[in-house]
Design a protein around this ligand. Structure first.
Ligand code: ADP
Ligand code: ZN
Ligand code: ZN
Length: 762
């Protein structure tokens, strides 16, 4: 905010956050008054819009440099440090009332501050695109009516435009017609424009009906009788429903977590309070939505990437005005305003998609907790494999730990898990003989099998047998992945795409060879090996078309024997009741990952994938191939539980002074020239040291060092890591550091990102 001491201008100013990377707000004067009392751009009858009544949270159109942007008024000030001549007036005020509820407005301010991100961009993340680009929030409904009384002659001018004539007649009969009604009647909305241009009809805004708060009608489906653990969980949450509390619902797959969510939700819905349910990006399937719709007779809206912008705005508005009871969405839905907030649920809270990995790098899970505190409601984080962060919060009594250790429903036995040691085996396209034999057996018994391999494409390496050359992406320090259909090389980091070379780019030898396996290669192999069995491959490439995933899932649900093979996509959300064997082709990448969370993620994946088996009548078998079968992490998963594994990991993290015991911030500088980010971060490091020394802040600095992935998409990447036991100290440092960074001259082509609580450190 501008410094008040040397203020030069005295008078009403709006402090406006604009969508630019700059971490500050800008002062603007109220809009130019046309006539005596009203702003030029607004209906003169509407005194609500007068500048003196503007509240923080409304949108304004402003000129910014030579652009016109939509910003949000953050505060109303009585003076500015700028000279009046330098202050520009707001062009237009777009809203009568703030767009966000006070609770959401506050957490947005909090988040911008905590993640050291431009407030304007934070607001932009939280708004549906239509509002972001300045569409007026519906103050009424737009309808078309006949203009005046057109003469016979005017109407006969339509005789050759049959559709326009028919639409005109429809409007005449109905009196008025909305755009939706026009479309429902089979007319293109363009015809409305044509008729308007001919001055035969005109559009009008009629007052919208006030939104009705939703109502929960009777049960459609009687609720299940809870088992003891579920009952204890529901009771525990219910007791605290009218204040802030945070629960970790730690329950194995199939233990009935969703049933717990739903029974708690019902209590809030019955009181007219809304429930916000966040799910991982990949988990928001039509089935998830249907499950809630089947159970609850109240409006359910969903917010996900498949919506068009009008649908998204509509869902957002239904949440904001209180007409929707349940709001289901992915990451950014955490910012959806609710008129009557009652509960927040985060399903699969460990999932990495809750953290945004670019631009505004926020964690929707962490923000949900802050929001629940702000709105004084409960938040329930559910998972079969809770993140170490959440387990640590439960251990230190910040979260209430609720456990569902047993499967419910028809099977209560858990799966058996076993490692196949492949250290001394020659594998056939990734498979040991023992594994192939097992697959055969399960198929013969008319069961379904799931093969998990976390690598899409055909093979991860193309190499030359003569000289050892390996195909690498020119833009990244990374190998190209070989893909089939069409044969090509693809970079999974920058998206680069090339035809498959016929000969070595180094020695021209034609002796090229692929090493390693990806899903496409395994698919081809399994088709040969099990010619009479359906093989279904599920990965990002095979499900590009929306309907293809649904078709495959339907095929699986029919229950006939088949082999399902795929990546991470399979580990999330879906239920495969007929699968009796889960095979994890290669567990080793996770065991030796450079990322300190590598083992945590591997364990979560194994447990989640394993949880897909034996969910119905039959318990399942889980086989894990590894060259390091004695590895303690693997062993602790096989012989123990995820909880035991997590406890060991937590001790290791504590000894290594890593999250969740210490807190991290990652500063990443990137540039096409290696020297630039190195020099720049050296300078930043000096500032950091000075600030830490001055304020005696217990913050450790690591780097600058090249990122594990040193070059990506044509840019060199250098890391500077800040670490502290005290979140407060780290925040103090970051605030001071960012102030200095904002005054620093950035070299051309340098990109700097600040990632607080980073997940992806590659
Ligand atoms: P989770 O979310 O923990 O994976 P779900 O809530 O999906 O588990 O429950 C798994 C299955 O068990 C579902 O088919 C659900 O309807 C059923 N189920 C849940 N709770 C009960 C219960 N108390 N009695 C009988 N069946 C239940
Ligand atoms: Zn070669
Ligand atoms: Zn690349």
């Amino acid at each position: 905010m501008p410094n008040n001491q040397n203020s030069k201008y005295h008078g009403l100013v709006f402090r406006v956050a604009v969508p630019s990377p700059l971490r500050r707000v800008f002062d603007y004067l109220p809009p130019v008054i046309d006539g005596d009392q009203h702003s030029s751009s607004l209906p003169s009858s509407d005194t609500e819009f007068s500048s003196s009544k503007v509240q923080p949270g409304v949108r304004v159109r402003v000129s910014f440099g030579n652009r016109k942007l939509i910003g949000i008024v953050v505060a109303i000030g009585a003076d500015s440090s700028l000279d009046k001549k330098k202050l520009k007036p707001v062009i237009e005020i777009l809203d009568q009332k703030p767009l966000f509820t006070p609770g959401v407005f506050k957490i947005l301010l909090w988040a911008a501050n905590y993640y050291q991100h431009s407030l304007g961009e934070v607001f932009a993340t939280a708004l549906p695109r239509k509002l972001r680009v300045g569409h007026t929030q519906k103050q009424g409904q737009q309808v078309w009516t006949v203009q005046g009384s057109p003469t016979e002659k005017e109407i006969s001018s339509l005789s050759r435009a049959i559709k326009q004539k028919a639409l005109f007649e429809l409007i005449e009969t109905k009196g008025k017609l909305s755009r939706a009604q026009c479309q429902d009647a089979g007319f293109s909305p363009v015809l409305l424009t044509r008729l308007t241009e001919k001055k035969l009809i005109r559009s009008q805004l009629i007052p919208a009906e006030a939104a009705k708060p939703f109502e929960l009608l009777n049960d459609r489906d009687s609720e299940l009788t809870l088992n003891d653990n579920q009952l204890a969980a529901v009771t525990s949450i219910t007791e605290k429903l009218d204040t802030f509390s945070c629960f970790l619902l730690d329950g194995v797959t199939g233990s009935g977590k969703t049933e717990v969510y739903m029974q708690v939700m019902r209590k809030q819905l019955a009181l007219g309070k809304q429930c916000l349910v966040l799910v991982p990006e990949i988990g928001l399937t039509p089935q998830t939505i249907a499950r809630f719709e089947e159970r609850f007779d109240c409006p359910v809206v969903s917010l996900h990437s498949g919506l068009n912008e009008s649908e998204r705005l509509n869902a957002w508005n239904c949440s904001r005005d209180g007409s929707a009871g349940i709001i289901i969405g992915t990451r950014s839905a955490v910012f959806t305003p609710m008129a009557a907030p009652g509960l927040i649920i985060i399903d699969e809270e460990h999932d990495s998609s809750f953290k945004q990995q670019d631009s505004f790098r926020y964690s929707a899970r962490d923000i949900a907790v802050v929001r629940a505190r702000e709105e004084n409601i409960c938040v329930v984080l559910g998972s079969a494999t809770p993140s170490l962060e959440s387990l640590h919060n439960a251990n230190s009594n910040k979260f209430i730990h609720l456990k569902l250790p047993q499967r419910t429903g028809k099977v209560t036995t858990s799966n058996s898990m076993e490692v196949i040691d492949v250290a001394n085996e020659t594998l056939r396209e990734g498979f040991s003989e023992q594994l192939l034999y097992k697959i055969q057996r399960h198929i013969e018994n008319k069961n379904q099998v799931l093969v998990f391999i976390n690598r899409r494409g055909f093979a991860p390496i193309l190499n030359c047998q003569s000289c050892g050359w390996i195909a690498e992406c020119e833009n990244c320090i990374a190998q190209f992945t070989v893909h089939a259909n069409p044969s090509s090389l693809r970079c999974h980091h920058c998206g680069a795409f090339k035809q498959l070379p016929r000969y070595c780019q180094n020695c021209k030898s034609k002796d090229l060879n692929t090493i390693g396996v990806g899903t496409q290669r395994v698919e081809a192999f399994l088709n040969k090996q099990f010619p009479d069995t359906t093989i279904l491959r599920i990965d990002r490439d095979s499900t590009r078309r929306k309907s293809s995933l649904a078709k495959m899932l339907e095929r699986i649900n029919q229950g006939d024997p088949c082999i399902l093979l795929g990546t991470q996509m399979l580990a999330k959300g879906h239920h495969f009741p007929n699968i009796t064997l889960v095979a994890i082709l290669d567990a080793d990448a996770g065991l030796f990952s450079a990322d300190f969370r590598g083992q945590e993620h591997m364990a979560q994946t194994i447990v989640q994938v394993a949880g897909r088996a034996g969910r119905a009548e039959r318990a399942g078998e889980v086989l894990i191939q590894s060259r390091h079968s004695a590895h303690t992490t693997l062993q602790s998963l096989i012989t123990g539980t995820y909880a035991e594994f997590a406890e060991t990991q937590l001790k290791e993290r504590q000894n290594a002074a890593m999250p969740p015991f210490h807190h991290l911030c990652l500063l990443r500088a990137e540039s096409p020239n290696l020297e630039i980010p190195l020099h720049f971060l050296d300078k930043v490091a000096t500032i950091v040291d000075k600030l830490c020394h001055q304020a005696k802040l217990p913050v450790e600095r690591l780097g600058p060092i090249p990122a594990p992935m040193e070059k990506r998409a044509g840019r060199f990447r250098i890391h500077l890591i800040l670490k502290s036991r005290s979140r407060g100290a780290l925040q103090t440092l970051l605030t001071q550091l960012c102030e200095q960074l904002d005054n620093l001259k950035f070299p051309a082509k340098l990109r700097l990102s600040i990632d607080v609580d980073p997940q992806d450190m590659t």
